[in-house]
Design a protein around this ligand. Structure first.
Ligand SMILES: [Zn+2]
Length: 410
């Protein structure tokens, strides 16, 4: 016999089937287009359920008005899991909620409700085990790209579910629309943090090359809980921790990964600095481009302190590239601020030697050559020498392949 409360559903690795009853007008459009369209609209709360028999019982086998047609709707399992994660039971249960007051507070704030009802037999009789229903509030919007045109590494894909408000930030000269999606109460911090985001994306496009992950991009607030900071390069809708929504550097860093980190991917985890160090340097450059050198100087001042902190906390080589994919990044000391900070300062030191124009020429050429594929940091160092005649080896030895703080910090 099935467990009293378990999810029984038609599913595969990626998707799960929900059954929904609709009138003809909605069902005809959905079947024809294979997606919902007008006159379909989300009501105050839409209930989705994986039990066919439960729904047939509820719709009186399609005889109730407005419920004549039952559609099998395939949704992504990530969305289903996220809905479950956000869900609160529709009734108080001492074991789960502790007190009725705690339940009421959680229930009223929850964007998703979950309810268990007796499963039904073919003849509609109640069975001694339950079937799940999930009520998804109208304000719960899942934010994810429908498709990604470029080559996308697995970690790039992400779904965000929440009560999002989109704020359009404008369109770049290349025609990329930039937005920020924030959660309730974040309008102000989201505005502060993304003041120059469109300008930064425009700068990256103009200076380094065409963006490959879609025509619409932006920052999506991700509530990872207190203390979680930073972002994640889920292009084209990269995530920024709710706590960091007011931090322009986080927004612009995640945007920069569209060129380095995602656009050009690292071949080996040992080349982590090619992703993070480059993205940090590009972040500083985007500040220079959008706000001027003084604002950029303030960033480097902040980063000098971060560099010293990172070294004192646990110094490690920023580029341990004598091997390829022999380290486990999560348990390796490289999983720290070292590749970010030493990488950024390596580029800054290099720029002081060869000039910003040559630096950009190399980064643009390298991007065009490797976009959609993988590369190693050494290849970039080789291109610096080939393009400019300057040997970056000694600088790399100090900043990337050496320990400690170099005597000269630019
Ligand atoms: Zn990053």
């Amino acid at each position: 016999m099935p467990g009293a409360r378990e999810v029984r559903a038609d599913h595969d690795r990626a998707t799960i089937v929900m059954y929904q009853a609709y009138p003809d007008a909605i069902a005809d459009v959905a079947v024809k287009q294979q997606r919902f369209g007008p006159p379909f609209s989300l009501g105050r709360m839409t209930w989705i359920k994986p039990s066919f028999l439960w729904l047939m019982h509820r719709s009186n086998w399609g005889r109730k008005s407005g419920q004549e047609r039952t559609l099998a709707v395939r949704i992504r399992r990530e969305a289903w899991h996220e809905a479950l994660r956000l869900a609160v039971l529709t009734a108080f249960e001492p074991r789960v909620h502790g007190t009725p007051e705690k339940w009421r507070q959680a229930f009223e704030a929850a964007p998703v409700h979950v309810q268990w009802d007796p499963e039904r037999s073919l003849r509609g009789a109640g069975l001694p085990y339950d079937s799940i229903q999930i009520g998804v509030g109208r304000t719960v919007i899942s934010r994810y790209p429908e498709r990604i045109p470029g080559q996308a590494p697995a970690y790039m894909l992400a779904w965000a579910v929440g009560e999002y408000t989109e704020k359009a930030l404008g369109t770049t000269r290349a025609g990329t629309q930039v937005s920020v999606w924030h959660l309730p109460g974040e309008a102000e911090v989201a505005t502060t943090g993304t003041l120059h985001l469109k300008g930064a994306v425009d700068f990256f496009e103009q200076r380094y090359g065409t963006y490959t992950f879609g025509r619409k991009v932006g920052s999506v607030s991700a509530n990872w809980g207190p203390g979680a900071y930073g972002g994640m390069e889920h292009h084209p809708y990269w995530h920024v921790a709710s706590d960091a929504m007011d931090d322009k550097l986080v927004h612009q860093h995640e945007a920069a990964h569209g060129w380095y980190g995602n656009g050009v991917r690292i071949r080996c985890w040992e080349d982590f600095v090619l992703s993070e160090g480059t993205a940090e340097y590009l972040t500083a450059r985007s500040v220079r481009a959008t706000e001027g050198v003084e604002a950029e100087e303030a960033v480097w001042t902040q980063w000098r302190a971060a560099l010293a902190r990172a070294v004192s906390r646990g110094d490690t080589l920023a580029l341990p590239d004598s091997t390829c994919n022999e380290i486990d990044i999560i348990s390796h000391p490289l999983w720290s601020n070292i590749p970010y900070m030493k990488g950024a300062f390596f580029y800054r030191a290099l720029e002081k030697r060869i000039g910003a124009a040559a630096m950009d020429r190399v980064l643009a050429k390298f991007y065009r050559r490797h976009v959609g594929g993988t590369a190693r940091m050494q290849q970039l160092l080789d291109l610096v020498q080939a393009e400019t005649g300057y040997d970056p080896g000694p600088l790399a030895a100090v900043w990337l392949r050496g320990l400690g703080l170099p005597a000269e910090i630019p």
